[in-house]
Design a protein around this ligand. Structure first.
Ligand SMILES: Cc1cc2nc3c(=O)[nH]c(=O)nc-3n(C[C@H](O)[C@H](O)[C@H](O)COP(=O)(O)OP(=O)(O)OC[C@H]3O[C@@H](n4cnc5c(N)ncnc54)[C@H](O)[C@@H]3O)c2cc1C
Length: 447
C-alpha cells in the first residue's frame, strides 16, 4: 500500500510530472491552470541556486511552435527579451567562400536563447503557479503504473507518492518510459556517432544576425551569437571513433587542438584558449530514442525527449516537446476522459515525433556535407521549383520552423519535392538548372 501525498492540496486530480527540464515546467503550468494539483519532481538540484556549470553556453532555437506555447502561457514577452533574432545560416566553406541560406523566404527570423536562462525562466514561472509543487533533488526511482504511484528519494529517505496521472518529461533516460517498456512497449535507444563540446569564442568578422557554421565532412563547427555578450556560443561536433577526424583519433588535448585547427582554421584563429577549452569542457554524447508506446490507459503519458530524443541539428527538440504538451492539453480539453485523451495524443503525435527525428538527422548531413556537384545541382533545381511555385513547394526548414504543419506532412511533402528535382535532373542533366520557367513548369506537370 503506497502512501498518498495529496492530502491538503485540494480535491481535484493529482498529476505527477517527472522531470523539470524544458518540457516539465511547461506541462506543469498548463495542467495547473486546468487542475488543482501538479507535483513536479526533478532529480537535480535547483539550477537557479548555482552558477552556470562549466561549458554551459549552449544556445537553443525557438521557432513558431515554441513561441505559440510561450504565448499561451503568457511568457512570450519576457522570453523575447533574452533572445536574439537570426535570419539565416552562413556556411563558411573550405575554399574560403561563404554561402548564406535564409531561414525563411520572407526574412522572418528564428530566435536563439541561452538554454540555461530559458530554463530558469520556465522554472520561475512554474513555481509561481498556484497548484504547482516543484521539488528538486527528488529522483523518481520507480514507477508503479498500476497504482499509479512513484517511488521518490528525498535525502536518505524513500517514499511512494500516489497520484491520478503521471507525465514522463524525464528526458532521454526516462524512468517513466522504462515502466511503459516493462508493460510491453518497445524502445530504441541509441547514441549518435557524434559527440560535441561547447566552445565560446569571439568572431568579430561574423554577422550577428546569422548562425555560422563550418562544414568539414564528418565534422561540423556551429556558432550562435550570445545575447548577453559580444561572444559566440559554438559547438564542435566530431565523430567519437575514427578512422577520420574523431575524438578517438586525437588522443590528448594537444592532438585534439591540432585536429580542430586543421578542420576549422578560421574559428581556431579566434580561440586563444582553445586547448584549455577542449581540455575542460565536457564532451557530451547525442542520444536518440523512439518508443512504440507513449501512453498507458489514463495512467501515464510520455512527452518530449523521453519518447523522441533526436539529433539537434534542426533546432526542433524543445519546440516539438512544447508542442507535445499543447497537443496533449488540447486533447484533454476536447475529451474529459483521460484515457481517451492520452490515446488521441499518441495517435496524433507519435508519427510526428518520428518524422522530426528523421528530418533532424538528415539535416546534419546537409550541413556537414562538403560541396558535391550532384547534390548542389539537386539543391539548385529544388530552389528553382520553390521560387517558381511558392504556394505549392515550401522549403522543409520553413515548414518545420515557421508553421505548425504536422512534421509528418512536412517530411512527406519534402520527399515529393526532392524526388521531383531528382527526376528532372536525371532527365535533363545539369542543364536542368537553367531551363526556362515554362519548360520547368511542364516538367512539374508531367511529374
Ligand atoms: C546540443 C543540443 C542542441 C539543441 N538545440 C536545440 C534547439 O536549438 N532547439 C530545440 O528546440 N531543441 C534543441 N535541443 C533539444 C532540446 O534540448 C531537448 O529536446 C529538450 O531539452 C527536451 O526537453 P525535455 O524536458 O523533454 O528533456 P530534458 O530537457 O532533458 O529534461 C528532462 C529532465 O528530467 C530530469 N529527470 C530525468 N530522470 C529523472 C528522474 N528519474 N526523476 C526526476 N527527474 C528526472 C532530468 O534531470 C531533466 O531535468 C538541443 C539539444 C542538444 C543536445
Amino acid at each position: 500500500m503506497h502512501t498518498s501525498s495529496t492530502s491538503g492540496f485540494g480535491t481535484g486530480k493529482h498529476v505527477a510530472v517527472v522531470g523539470a527540464g524544458l518540457a516539465g515546467p511547461v506541462a506543469a503550468i498548463y495542467l495547473a491552470r486546468r487542475h488543482d494539483l501538479v507535483t513536479l519532481l526533478e532529480r537535480h538540484p535547483d539550477p537557479r541556486r548555482s552558477a552556470a556549470g562549466p561549458g554551459r553556453s549552449l544556445m537553443v532555437i525557438l521557432s513558431n511552435r515554441g513561441w505559440r506555447v510561450l504565448r499561451e502561457l503568457g511568457l512570450e514577452r519576457a522570453v523575447r527579451r533574452i533572445c536574439s533574432p537570426l535570419t539565416g545560416r552562413c556556411g563558411h566553406l573550405p575554399d574560403g567562400s561563404t554561402v548564406v541560406t535564409p531561414y525563411s523566404r520572407d526574412g522572418a527570423p528564428i530566435w536563439a536563447v541561452q538554454r540555461e536562462r530559458l530554463h530558469r525562466m520556465l522554472l520561475d514561472a512554474a513555481q509561481a503557479e498556484p497548484g504547482v509543487r516543484l521539488h528538486f533533488e527528488r529522483p523518481v526511482l520507480e514507477v508503479d503504473l498500476d497504482a499509479p504511484a512513484l517511488l521518490v528519494r528525498a535525502g536518505e529517505a524513500e517514499r511512494w507518492i500516489e497520484c491520478d496521472h503521471i507525465l514522463g518529461c524525464d528526458g532521454v533516460r526516462s524512468t517513466v518510459r522504462a515502466a511503459l517498456v516493462a508493460k510491453g512497449g518497445r524502445e530504441e535507444v541509441g547514441t549518435l556517432e557524434l559527440a560535441y563540446q561547447e566552445i565560446v569564442l569571439p568572431l568579430p568578422a561574423c554577422d550577428r544576425g546569422l548562425m555560422h557554421y563550418w562544414p568539414a565532412g564528418d565534422a561540423l563547427f556551429g556558432a550562435f551569437p550570445m545575447v548577453s555578450s559580444d561572444l559566440f556560443a559554438g559547438s564542435v561536433f566530431l565523430r567519437r571513433e575514427g578512422p577520420g577526424p574523431s575524438y578517438s583519433a586525437a588522443a590528448g588535448t594537444r592532438a585534439l587542438a591540432e585536429q580542430f585547427t586543421r578542420l576549422f582554421p578560421e574559428p581556431a584563429r579566434n580561440i586563444p584558449d582553445l586547448r584549455r577549452q577542449l581540455a575542460t569542457k565536457p564532451v557530451s554524447s547525442l542520444r536518440v530514442t523512439r518508443c512504440d508506446r507513449w501512453v498507458l490507459g489514463d495512467r501515464a503519458a510520455l512527452i518530449g525527449d523521453s519518447c523522441h530524443a533526436m539529433a539537434p541539428f534542426m533546432g526542433q527538440g524543445m519546440n516539438c516537446a512544447f508542442e507535445d504538451v499543447r497537443t496533449l492539453v488540447n486533447c484533454l480539453d476536447r475529451e474529459p476522459d483521460w484515457a481517451s485523451a492520452f490515446a488521441e495524443y499518441e495517435r496524433i503525435r507519435r508519427s510526428d515525433g518520428e518524422a522530426i527525428a528523421e528530418i533532424s538527422y538528415e539535416h546534419y548531413r546537409t550541413m556537414s556535407r562538403l560541396p558535391d556537384a550532384r547534390h548542389e545541382a539537386e539543391e539548385a533545381i529544388t530552389r528553382r521549383l520553390v521560387g517558381l511555385m511558392p504556394d505549392r513547394f515550401v522549403p522543409l526548414y520553413e515548414r518545420c520552423a515557421f508553421s505548425e504543419e504536422s512534421y509528418r506532412s512536412a517530411l512527406d511533402q519534402d520527399r515529393r519535392l526532392r524526388a521531383l528535382a531528382r527526376r528532372i535532373l536525371n532527365r535533363h542533366g545539369a542543364a536542368a538548372i537553367d531551363l526556362p520557367d515554362p519548360r520547368l513548369r511542364e516538367c512539374v506537370s508531367s511529374g
